[in-house]
Design a protein around this ligand. Structure first.
Ligand code: BES
Ligand code: MN
Ligand code: ZN
Length: 491
């Protein structure tokens, strides 16, 4: 259910709402904007702050009755000491939306007296993400047990700027929603064909040029690396490009690349059964590209961007590629397949070499590429590796602004040893030690002719635990990182 946003100015105590959320930083005294509200609740705000019942720490919340204010309930939410305000306010707003959703209030209002005006954007993103859910495949509960979904939110603020910030927040949330939805859909529904159709729909709505290559076209392009992954499935693999050109004519585009494995069984090097179901998420890089293109188009950013992804399903079968097989990539380099479960890099190799045709200013790829990255960085940071340190720094900055932190790992020549093959130019697996790095070293062999950064989102694209501000499930990473990077470059 979509959330309808409104902006209203005026005093917080005068907002007619079933639930008024008040986002407060740590250690705030009662802001003057909340004086009337405090009086309406009989001084309960001041007392809560004085007694330390509410300190404003991150994720802290305190419920009050609305008293004689126009709010049914008041919910104080702690923002903590925001070193990264975007992330902090997004989190606080998500928490508020989740509470509203849980209580079934249907509507919510939010006031953030100590936030700068541009943080309204983050608040709107947070509200939307907080009430996001994927319920299409569940039978709706009987009417009597149904809770009102959160469908209305009011931001208490004034001015034209606030309206613009709300619109930007909604554009960003829309991209995240596309990405999360695709990520949560099971592999029998989220097929390469569906990913291609979703991209085509977005293209039609925003007048982007979308092209879709299938198996035949990729054979003509001699994409032996991508195609060997797809040779075990009857589904037609798809290579999709989405061109958004609102920058200067002739300006080199930013190219965003995503791994789109609609399911990864491992192929002949099959994965263990336990937790294999999570591998429906192996298309989160592609989902991030699609989501980011939706947002970029809504924001009408003045920049040239090409979104690109490769979609297929990694299956064992009589026709599947086998360990020991050697394939020739689009770039012409030969690859010995050591492990058919190292399939993402095989898809990306041909995408990265195909990307050269756009003469990119920069290429950023995102992929749920290695279990090793989950071991190295857990579920907190995305792995960042690249050939151009300035670009790496720029991407890490964008990731921070998007509240999707990234951490760099080295790409030194010493690691090239790991992917040396006896029979081909390289092998597709470098073993367990330094697994994230050897995967990126492999990709580097195909990222020629442009500055390039790789994001390993294996640990960050999906949360297996219910986090305070987010339910278990897809996070939407790397949508925000892509958007912030592009926004940072837009004129
Ligand atoms: N999609 C997986 C990466 C993955 C594994 C993400 C576990 C999240 C959790 C990828 O295709 C893969 O299977 N990688 C292998 C590479 C290995 C065979 C060199 C891995 O990480 O085990
Ligand atoms: Mn795999
Ligand atoms: Zn995979």
């Amino acid at each position: 259910m979509a959330l309808t946003l409104a902006v209203r100015d005026g005093d917080a105590a005068e907002i007619d709402t079933p639930l008024l959320g008040v986002l407060l930083q740590a250690g705030s005294e009662l802001p003057s904007d909340l004086q009337a509200l405090d009086e309406a609740v009989g001084g309960a705000l001041t007392r809560a702050l004085k007694r330390g019942d509410f300190k404003g720490s991150r994720d802290e919340s305190l419920h009050l009755d609305g008293g004689s204010s126009k709010a049914g309930r008041v919910l104080l939410i702690g923002i903590g000491t925001p070193t990264e305000p975007t992330a902090s306010y997004r989190r606080g707003a998500s928490l508020l939306a989740r509470q509203a959703h849980r209580l079934g209030t249907g509507a919510v209002a939010v006031v953030a007296p100590d936030a700068a005006a541009d943080l309204i954007e983050s608040i709107v993103v947070g509200l939307n993400l907080g009430c996001w859910e994927y319920i299409d495949l569940k039978t709706p509960p009987p009417e009597a047990e149904r809770k009102k979904p959160l469908t209305k939110a009011t931001v208490v603020a004034d001015g034209r700027d606030a309206k613009d910030a709300v619109a930007r927040g909604e554009a960003i949330a829309a991209g995240y929603e596309v990405a999360r939805r695709l990520a949560q859909m099971p592999g029998n529904l989220c097929t390469p064909d569906l990913l291609a159709k979703t991209a085509t729909d977005i293209g039609r709505r925003h007048k982007l040029k979308v092209t879709v290559l299938g198996r035949r076209e990729m054979e003509r392009q001699k994409m032996g690396s991508f195609l060997c992954v797809a040779q075990g499935t009857p589904e037609d693999p798809k290579l999709v490009t989405m061109e958004y050109r609102k920058g200067k004519r002739g300006d080199a585009p930013i190219v965003l690349v995503g791994k789109g494995l609609c399911f990864d069984t491992g192929g002949i090097s099959i994965k263990p059964a336990d937790r294999m179901e999570y591998m429906k998420f192996d298309m989160c890089g592609a989902a991030g590209v699609i989501g980011a293109m939706e947002t970029i188009a809504r924001l009408k950013l003045k920049v040239n961007v090409v979104g690109m992804f490769g979609a297929t399903t990694n299956m064992p079968s009589g026709t599947a590629v086998k360990p020991g097989d050697v394939v020739i990539s689009h770039l012409g380099k030969s690859i010995e397949i050591i492990n058919t479960d190292a399939e993402g890099r095989l898809v990306l190799a041909d995408l990265l070499s195909y990307a050269r045709r756009f003469k990119p200013a920069a290429v950023i790829d995102a992929a749920t590429l290695t279990g090793a990255c989950v071991i190295a960085l857990g579920h907190v940071a995305t792995g960042v590796l690249g050939t151009d340190q300035d670009l790496v720094d720029e991407v890490i900055g964008a990731a921070r602004r998007a509240a999707e932190p990234g951490w760099q790992l080295p790409l030194w020549d010493e690691y090239k040893e790991l992917i040396k093959s006896d029979v081909a130019d390289m092998k597709n697996s470098g073993g367990r030690a330094g697994g994230t790095i050897s995967a990126a070293m492999f990709l580097k062999e195909f990222a020629e002719e442009y500055p390039w950064v790789h994001l390993d989102i294996a640990g960050t694209a999906y949360s297996e635990a219910d986090l305070v501000a987010m339910p278990r499930g897809p996070t939407g990473v790397p949508t925000g990182t892509f958007v912030e990077f592009v926004r940072g470059r837009a004129g």
